[in-house]
Design a protein around this ligand. Structure first.
Ligand code: 45D
Length: 171
């Protein structure tokens, strides 16, 4: 079998596309294998890195209205309860908050996490402890995420936040 320059370039671009989508899917897979705490910490660090590129306008006020009740509820909770709620979401544990979250659209789920981060910055939500140590896999996920472009980062984030919580309408 011979290879023309044409097929070589096809193979090259195929490999390139593969490695891009591979970076995305492996980042998602490694993220999902992290401990619940590391998942929350990576999300938080991702937000601190991306914060400037996500404009409040882009997240859409209308979208947030759907999550507003949930966010207000969380705002009223003690720090310990807030942490528990977030751990329940990441662990897909069946709780009232996980079920309310589960019916949101994917973009509203992203907007929800974005807003939680804003509430953290404003001091309404428990902060990540200053000395928190990510596992090696956690740091790896974060580094890979930083190297992706914005659209690819969104793809990863959409997938991980859409899997969180519990879909009360599923089976
Ligand atoms: O004690 O609608 C630990 C666009 C350790 C446009 C902890 C968009 C133990 C369309 C567990 C760490 C696509 C731009 C404590 C939307 C311990 C549109 C605490 C995108 C205390 C929405 C951990 C929006 C804690 C995007 C408190 C990209 C962790 C939004 C908290 C991205 C983590 C939002 C939080 C992101 C993370 C939000 C709140 C990445 C939030 C991340």
């Amino acid at each position: 079998m011979t290879f023309t320059s044409d097929s070589a370039s096809t193979r090259f671009s195929g490999a390139f596309n593969y490695s891009t989508s591979d970076a995305i899917s492996s980042t998602i897979a490694v993220f999902k294998a992290l401990s619940v705490d590391d998942q929350l910490a990576v999300l938080w660090y991702a937000y601190t890195e991306m914060g400037r590129s996500i404009t409040p306008a882009a997240t859409g006020a209308a979208r947030l209205q759907l999550a507003e009740g949930l966010l207000n509820q969380i705002k009223q909770m003690s720090h310990a309860e807030q942490l528990e709620v977030m751990r329940d979401l990441a662990a897909q544990r069946n709780s009232a908050v996980s079920r309310s979250y589960g019916i949101l659209s994917v973009n509203t789920k992203l907007a929800f996490w974005y807003e939680l981060s804003e509430l953290m910055v404003k001091g309404f939500v428990i902060p990540v402890p200053a000395g928190y140590q990510l596992s090696r896999d956690g740091s790896q996920v974060l580094e890979t995420l930083k190297e992706l472009d914005f659209g690819q980062q969104i793809t990863v984030l959409r997938k991980v936040v859409s899997d969180m919580g519990v879909d009360p309408l599923a089976d």
